[in-house]
Design a protein around this ligand. Structure first.
Ligand SMILES: NC(=O)c1ccc[n+]([C@@H]2O[C@H](COP(=O)([O-])OP(=O)(O)OC[C@H]3O[C@@H](n4cnc5c(N)ncnc54)[C@H](O)[C@@H]3O)[C@@H](O)[C@H]2O)c1
Length: 255
């Protein structure tokens, strides 16, 4: 059965990896509930899913707003049914060097969206999954920034490290309910998030894959994590980074 006929809630669905995940799961028969702040992007992904003949609903929601998230999940339950999948991709990666640490409001905004936004969605989704009693699949988005420094993005890195702890703890709590929780840690993925400041050539020279990943490659992994056959995988943090974490600072030899 997989995700077919089941409700998949995807945050950050208007762009990049969330968008690719929404399209991928819809293609597998999921009923997609797409959350994002970007109304135009949501409308575009909804059109694409509708054209595929799949049922979907876009909700313009700021995931850092706990009440708005709770109301959105109530609407999803009433309109589409209870969530079976939560794919929580929404995040921000604001430019601004170390000013994040000097500007408490900007720092708080990064944590509010990237960490508390995930907490709000995971709380609402797990309530529905437990009430439904048929298990569930939760996928969280970390980053290579959780395990390696990205200078100028201290709040982002700290928030993503917290996501990995959150994912492991939720996996332990939710295992008895048949709910798996896994966290993916992408490296550079070709999306609008990094288009303003893409990694330089030196990065790709040492990266084993030698190129950025694509949103579709991420969606493929998410699809596996949402499938029936992934039931034994939970509490994992999965690097999808073109080999960056594997080389651990080593350089690629000239061959
Ligand atoms: N692109 C990369 O290189 C990369 C690398 C590592 C991790 N990530 C992570 O991957 C995930 C997906 O990012 P992406 O690359 O697709 O970026 P993206 O910018 O293309 O998509 C992010 C989406 O989140 C939405 N969003 C932002 N704030 C929101 C809020 N408050 N409420 C609801 N929606 C909100 C945006 O409108 C956008 O549609 C993020 O968690 C990001 O941190 C990205």
């Amino acid at each position: 059965m997989g995700v077919s006929g089941r409700v998949a809630v995807v945050t950050g669905a208007a762009s990049g990896q969330g968008r690719a995940t929404s399209l991928r799961l819809a293609g597998e028969g999921a009923v997609v509930a797409a959350l994002d702040v970007d109304a135009a992007g949501l409308a575009s992904v909804m059109d694409e899913i509708s054209d595929m003949g799949s049922r979907c609903r876009g909700l313009q929601v700021d995931v850092s707003d706990a009440e708005a998230v709770a109301a959105a999940f109530d609407e999803i339950e009433a309109d589409l049914g209870r969530a079976y999948v939560l794919a929580a991709a929404a995040a921000i990666y604001p430019p601004g060097a170390l000013s994040h640490l000097r500007d408490p409001e900007e720092t708080a905004r990064v944590f509010d969206v990237n960490l508390m936004g995930v907490v709000h969605c995971a709380s609402a989704a797990t309530r529905q999954m437990i009430e439904e009693g048929r298990g569930g699949r939760i996928v969280l988005w970390s980053s290579i920034g959780a395990g390696a420094a990205i200078a100028g993005h201290a709040a982002y890195c700290a928030g993503k490290a917290a996501i990995e702890g959150l994912g492991r703890a939720l996996a332990a709590e939710l295992g008895p309910f048949g709910i798996t929780v896994n966290t993916i840690a992408p490296g550079a993925i070709d999306t609008p998030m990094i288009s303003d400041a893409p990694p330089d050539e030196a990065y790709y020279e040492i990266l084993p894959a030698g190129r950025p990943g694509t949103p579709g490659e991420v969606a493929h992994l998410v699809s596996y994590l949402c499938s029936d056959t992934s039931g034994f995988m939970t509490g994992a943090v999965l690097a999808l980074d073109g080999g960056l974490s594997g080389i651990n600072g080593a350089v690629r030899p000239d061959v």
